[in-house]
Design a protein around this ligand. Structure first.
Ligand code: TXE
Length: 481
């Protein structure tokens, strides 16, 4: 069985403790490779390598760094087929989705930050007739990037690219649930001769190697995407050490549909924002608020579209949905659906596991599920399920839906469907989320600030926000003599 290896100082290495974890294919439920269970010893070697590489990488100049990032971007494109197949197998998502979204975006992340490196500038503040200030922005040193399983290579590179572009050396850890494309990225680094020690990739458990990365005194910043509970634990470790922290956590995002919206657009996009990637995107709109006057029209149209979705083998191009990521996650989803029924909710579509024949017999498939009849404040509509489960909730008017939308502990993204310009602006301002989409969903411009409020996180990624996060600002004030 294939054994994945850590990537340290430009080499592929087994874990020092010689312990391995099983890597399961969600569509079949079978173990198909082994992952290094890394520990502090592996981390210490990686940190030493990063420390050695830092002076040259941080001083080689933005053009050279930019060229390396472009080489990574090109190499990802050149390995498209292999990466698409690996991402789909590792995560359970349809190959079609990995080809349309995940892998192109991973390549785009490196290209985007390669260009950002060449444009990044710092500020100057002039004090008339007296002095001039200028701000130096220098890399932090060694930084830690920890990513989740839902968009594996996409989110892994989203952190690594700005960290490298600004001249830092990186210790990165992909999710142990989906490590394969990060491993393939290390092979790509070796293939293109990427400078040794600049990027190091360690595999293993969050509680062990993840925690070691967060608490290592030589790692100056942590960029993390994952669950809110994990984010809280990371903050508890890193904050007293005064590390810079960027936390992109969970969401329970409202998808608000007013009666004056373009019905077809709202309907079609809501199917995607509910069930894309099996509902396992932190931006999915799992609470669908529909204005009462169109509820009777929206509900059957939405149910019909959802029932028409094909779910099954991620390799089959006719399937829009594949497997959820793990057995534990399947059980979590099932638990929430049971809870919805116990709380008085009605399942109007889906609600059950799917048993398939053939190679996917033991796979983790769950029907796209729509719940009705629960109010906005119940547990189901407050907690993140992170699966193919949405609630339909009617509302009367703007003020009421605003209260519903803002009632959760989360504040990542929101979508508002309306053709009333005044209402769109009013709602966008008052809604508690870091990202607001009006008449669209998941339309991304990589320059924009990305992240959430409340328990959805701390800090922003993307564009200059990421470049600033990975640099330390130093102000220099020069007085005229
Ligand atoms: O994520 P974890 P899990 C949500 C979603 C999901 C829940 C739990 O609701 O059901 O989180 O998912 C590493 N120190 N999201 O348990 O544990 C871990 O190894 C350092 C939302 O799979 O947060 C992995 O690399 N690192 C989300 C990464 O953290 C630690 C995406 C994420 O794992 C660690 C995924 C520790 N103590 C899940 N413990 C989003 N916002 O997109 C774990 N890790």
């Amino acid at each position: 069985m294939e054994k994945l290896l850590n990537y340290i100082n430009g080499k592929l290495l087994p874990p020092k403790g010689e312990q391995w974890l099983d890597n399961i294919e969600p569509a079949t439920g079978k173990c198909y490779s082994k992952i290094p269970l890394s520990n502090k010893k592996d981390l210490d070697i990686a940190v030493e390598a990063a420390q050695k590489a830092f002076p040259e990488w941080s001083n080689c100049g933005h053009e050279i760094r930019s060229e390396w990032l472009l080489k990574l971007s090109d190499a990802i494109e050149a390995h498209m087929d292999e990466l698409v197949a690996a991402e789909s197998k590792d995560n359970g998502k349809p190959e079609k989705l990995a080809r349309a979204v995940d892998i192109p975006r991973a390549s785009a992340n490196f290209r985007f930050f390669a260009k950002a490196a060449s444009q990044f500038a710092s500020e100057s503040h002039f004090m008339e007739g007296e002095a001039i200030n200028y701000t130096l922005r220098r890399p932090l040193g060694i930084v830690g990037c920890i990513s989740p399983w839902n968009l594996p290579l996409y989110l892994f590179t989203w952190k690594i690219a700005p960290a490298l572009a600004t001249g830092n050396c990186v210790i990165a850890k992909p999710s142990e649930i989906t490590p394969m494309t990060a491993f393939l990225l290390s092979k790509i680094c070796i293939e293109i001769g990427f400078p040794k020690g600049v990027l190091n990739i360690l595999h293993g458990n969050g509680a062990e190697i993840g925690q070691e990365i967060v608490s290592h005194p030589k790692i100056k910043a942590i960029s993390f995407t994952g669950g809110t509970q994990t984010g809280r634990q990371i903050a508890a470790t890193a904050a007293p050490m005064f590390k810079k922290l960027s936390l992109e956590l969970g969401g329970k995002n409202p998808n608000i549909i007013f009666d004056d919206a373009n019905f077809e657009s709202a309907l079609n996009t809501s199917v995607k924002s509910s069930f894309a990637n099996q509902g396992q995107i932190c931006l999915c709109g799992s609470r669908i608020f529909i204005q009462e006057s169109i509820y009777k029209k929206f509900k059957p149209a939405f149910v019909a579209k959802v029932k028409a979705l094909n779910i099954g083998d991620p390799l089959d191009p006719k399937n829009q949905m594949g497997a959820v990521v793990s057995k534990a996650h399947l059980e979590k989803i099932e638990h929430y659906v049971d809870l919805a029924v116990k709380s008085g909710g009605k399942i109007i579509a889906g609600g059950k596991r799917i048993s398939l024949d053939g190679r996917c017999k033991q796979g983790y498939f769950f029907e796209p599920t729509i719940i009705e009849g629960l109010d906005a404040f119940c547990q189901i509509n407050q907690e993140e399920i992170f699966g193919p489960v949405v609630s339909l909730i009617p509302f009367k008017e703007e003020q009421e839906v605003l209260e519903f939308a803002n009632s959760t502990a989360y504040g990542l993204s929101s979508t508002i469907w309306t053709n009333n310009l005044n209402r769109a602006h009013r709602m966008a301002e008052k809604i508690e989320s870091g990202i607001v989409w009006v008449n669209t969903w998941l339309l991304r411009d990589l320059r924009t600030p990305f992240g959430g409020t409340k328990q959805s996180g701390v800090g922003r990624e993307g564009g200059w926000e990421a470049m600033r996060f990975f640099t330390e600002a130093k102000n220099i004030c020069i007085k005229y003599q």
